[in-house]
Design a protein around this ligand. Structure first.
Ligand SMILES: [Zn+2]
Length: 249
């Protein structure tokens, strides 16, 4: 795909491209994980790409939960900046982005920063493997949501209005965190089976959502954390860069 491709100049073409990348099997709801009861909204006044989930009744588009969400920068410009940064061996400065795609220096700097975070993918391979342990746990970050008016909340309340993050950690290895709309087997299973080798020994808390997922793995153990805060040494759940990065892919 060269730079004359429509995805680098036309926001609508860029959106269709992004959908093909992010939703190879069709749209899924980023709010509840629904992947079948989804309807695309059509109509002259509807923003292209808008979908509605029949399970949770929420609307979404492909950019929800990505670096592109609520960005005032057009998707085509994002694609161009991604392309510049991905194809350069020496690295691309914010100044080069500013000049090439025609945004302010401040915007270019912001984009470069976000793109670097998004591209910092250590390994696409699943965590764990034969004889290895992969721990899964959920945590809740933030808490400002509860202070917002109901209509402005991005996530339903519960857990003090914090946002749910699920983390997979290979023992003595890499950790990956994912932002989820809520903690259910429907939202967690796709993340777990995609990011942990089924040949691993899965370790989770005693939540009732895990026994069924655990059956798909070589072994499954349950660890009770008690009521106290569960803190893993040397690992920070509030790694928003990592959450963002994972939500892009
Ligand atoms: Zn939904």
């Amino acid at each position: 795909m060269n730079l004359t491709d429509a995805i680098f100049h036309d926001d609508e073409a860029a959106r269709i491209h992004l959908e093909a990348q992010r939703w190879p099997d069709g749209p899924y709801c980023p709010h509840c994980g629904e992947c079948e009861a989804i309807t695309r909204l059509a109509g002259a006044s509807t923003k292209p790409g808008l979908c509605i989930c029949k399970s949770c009744r929420k609307k979404f588009s492909v950019t929800v939960g990505t670096v592109f969400e609520s960005s005032h920068i057009g998707l085509a410009k994002w694609m161009l900046a991604f392309r510049m940064m991905a194809s350069s061996k020496k690295g691309v400065s914010a100044l080069q982005i500013e000049r090439t795609i025609g945004v302010t220096y401040k915007t270019a700097w912001f984009m470069a920063h976000r793109i670097r975070e998004a591209m910092r993918v250590p390994s696409p391979d699943p965590l764990g493997g034969p004889g290895k342990v992969v721990e899964v746990d959920e945590t809740y970050v933030g808490g400002k949501e509860s202070n917002k008016h109901a209509k402005d909340r991005k996530f339903p309340l519960g857990h003090g209005g914090k946002e749910a993050v699920v983390t997979l950690v290979e023992r003595n290895g890499e950790a990956r965190s994912f932002h989820v709309a809520n903690v259910t087997s429907k939202t967690l299973r796709p993340i777990i089976v995609k990011n942990a080798s089924r040949k691993s020994h899965l370790m989770t808390d005693g939540s009732r959502i895990y026994p069924k997922i655990g059956e798909e793995f070589a072994a499954h153990s349950v660890v009770e954390h008690g009521d106290g805060e569960y803190v893993r040494e040397g690992f920070h759940h509030s790694n928003t860069a990592e959450i963002l990065r994972n939500s892009v892919h």
